[in-house]
Write a protein that binds this ligand. Structure first.
Ligand code: NAD
Length: 366
């Protein structure tokens, strides 16, 4: 049996966590041979609900669940963690503008970024789920000068999985036989679900579906699926979001299937002409615990226009929280040549191996 790893989860008594934690404890995220320590974090008023959830976890007698600790603050909860799943966020209240939502979450995520910087394991991998996920991830990353920007990601895997499921349903194919879907941009209705590179049973999808179905039905369906689920259930997607968290972390840590592409919100290094330094969903492959952007996909004018529209929304969100993005980390987010194939990380504060090191062979690490 391996040594246990520490996983922090914020919003741990919420709906997503109620599905997620049981999957994590049963080994779905990190494999059936990896014991876990769960460091669960909630608002002070929700600690009793969290205690109830912890009792249920204990009652499952999972062999891989080493320890559960409960925390009402992130400074304690992030202590020494290897993985941080930032799920808790302030929901949009009545009369709240998008800008107010950004502002109130910005405070939460800047504190969480600082706490990760000060207390987490130096190689922590962070996934932000709480909305607006991309910009919350950016705020956390910009407030963690000792960590590499490549350690911070945002969840767009749910959109990716939705696209795969709906395409499988439409074509009659098994999801296992569908590949190379790409979600570009923001986890919001502005995202661009791209099927131009996708395949069903290794044949291009675009030759097997109607262009008008793709443009008029498929794209709006994926973009608005979250809202459709809220309208039907009266609650936002929870179990499917939990599954997407499992898939995102599993692939990041243990690697993607050979030849497969997945979508992750990551700090843009300027690939495909996307503004550097924003958290944008790209096609990636993962290996050895690191992700790498899939380069060289051909982008037509029609697709480019959609990629630009979602980029513009992310730039606007970034500008709205500019006052919470410390100048100290501006440079590290503009220059992502900080990632090494050897598995050694060059951190945002410039520490780590020298940039001329013979191990510095690629520009993506975590
Ligand atoms: N990126 C995605 O694909 C995706 C998908 C679904 C939901 N979401 C987002 O995930 C978030 C959580 O969804 P949910 O359904 O679990 O919500 P929920 O309201 O059921 O649970 C959220 C929990 O977070 C806690 N919380 C709030 N602020 C916190 C903080 N600062 N520290 C610790 N805990 C805090 C709350 O007390 C609550 O228990 C929402 O922001 C939702 O919009 C994102």
């Amino acid at each position: 049996m391996r040594r246990p790893v520490r996983i922090a989860v914020t919003g741990a008594a919420g709906a997503i966590s109620n599905s997620l934690l049981f999957k994590v404890a049963s080994g779905e995220m990190l494999g059936k041979d990896q014991p876990v320590i769960l460091q669960l974090i909630e608002m002070p008023g929700r600690m009793e609900a969290l205690r109830g959830l912890a009792m249920e976890l204990e009652d499952c007698a999972y062999p891989l669940l080493h320890t559960i600790t409960l925390h009402d603050n992130v400074e304690d909860g992030f202590n020494n963690v290897h993985y941080a799943l930032l799920i808790g966020a302030r929901p949009r209240g009545a009369g709240m503008e998008r800008r107010d939502l950004l502002e109130s979450n910005a405070e939460i995520f800047s504190r969480q970024g600082r706490a990760l910087n000060d207390f987490a394991n130096r190689d922590v991998k962070v996934l932000v789920v709480g909305n607006p996920a991309n910009t919350n991830a950016l705020i956390a990353s910009r407030n963690a000068p000792k960590l590499s920007p490549s350690q911070f990601t945002a969840l767009t895997r749910l959109d990716h999985n939705r696209a795969k499921g709906i395409l499988a349903n439409h074509t009659g194919a098994n999801p296992r036989n569908i590949g190379r879907i790409v979600i570009w941009g923001n986890h919001s209705p502005s995202q661009f679900p791209d099927l131009h590179h996708a395949t069903v049973l290794d044949e291009p999808v675009m030759g097997q579906i109607d262009r008008s179905w793709y443009e008029e039905v498929f794209i709006p369906k994926i973009q608005n699926r979250g809202g459709e689920i809220i309208a039907a259930r009266g609650l936002s997607s929870a179990a499917s979001a939990a599954q997407a968290v499992i898939d995102h972390m599993h692939d990041w840590i243990l690697g993607t299937e050979p030849g497969e592409i997945v979508s992750m919100g990551i700090v843009s290094d300027g690939s495909y002409g996307v503004e550097k330094g924003i958290i944008y969903s790209f096609p990636v492959r993962c290996d050895y615990g690191r992700y790498q952007i899939v380069k060289g996909l051909e982008i037509g004018d029609w697709a480019r226009e959609r990629m630009k529209a979602t980029e513009a929304e992310l730039i606007e969100e970034r500008d709205a929280v500019q006052h919470l993005l410390p100048a100290e980390t501006a440079e590290s987010h503009q220059n992502l040549s900080i990632c090494l194939r050897s598995g050694v990380t060059l951190y945002a504060d410039g520490t780590g191996p020298d940039a001329s090191s013979k191990y510095l062979t690629t520009n993506r690490v975590m």
